[in-house]
Design a protein around this ligand. Structure first.
Ligand code: MN
Length: 128
């Protein structure tokens, strides 16, 4: 059981991600833009953040950099969710402080395992 913050402006992706995670007993909080995501991350201290890269206003790279710099959120693992997972972007995603990425479109068959793999990775703090 984990608490996952999803920062995603696309309602369909947000709905699908939330549905899959809640169906398997996880708690989900949602933010529709980067500023709200940063605020909720500081307030709720989730076990993992799923971060859309293409967001209105502040993009996902900027959000990740902000989360890494702030003491309250620096240790929360961030996984980018992006359709731009090409070689150069992968480097940029990791450089911004994400520990990995999940490619869009979300595959309902594999999404849960992809998320859980990041929760279990050695660099992540143990979920309560
Ligand atoms: Mn988006």
């Amino acid at each position: 059981m984990a608490h996952i913050l999803i920062i995603e402006d696309n309602e369909n992706n947000l709905y699908l991600s939330t549905f899959i995670l809640e169906k398997h007993g996880h708690r989900v909080s949602a933010a529709r833009d980067g500023a709200e995501g940063i605020r909720l991350a500081e307030e709720l201290h989730p076990d993992l953040i799923l971060l859309d890269i293409q967001l209105p206003g502040m993009d996902g790279y900027a959000v990740a950099s902000n989360l890494r710099r702030a003491e309250a959120t620096a240790a929360i693992p961030i996984v980018a969710v992006t359709s731009y997972a090409m070689a150069g972007d992968r480097e940029r995603i990791l450089a911004a402080g994400c520990q990995g990425y999940i490619e869009k479109p979300i595959n309902p068959e594999t999404f849960l395992d992809q998320v859980l793999a990041h929760l279990r990775s050695p660099s992540s703090p143990t979920g309560a």
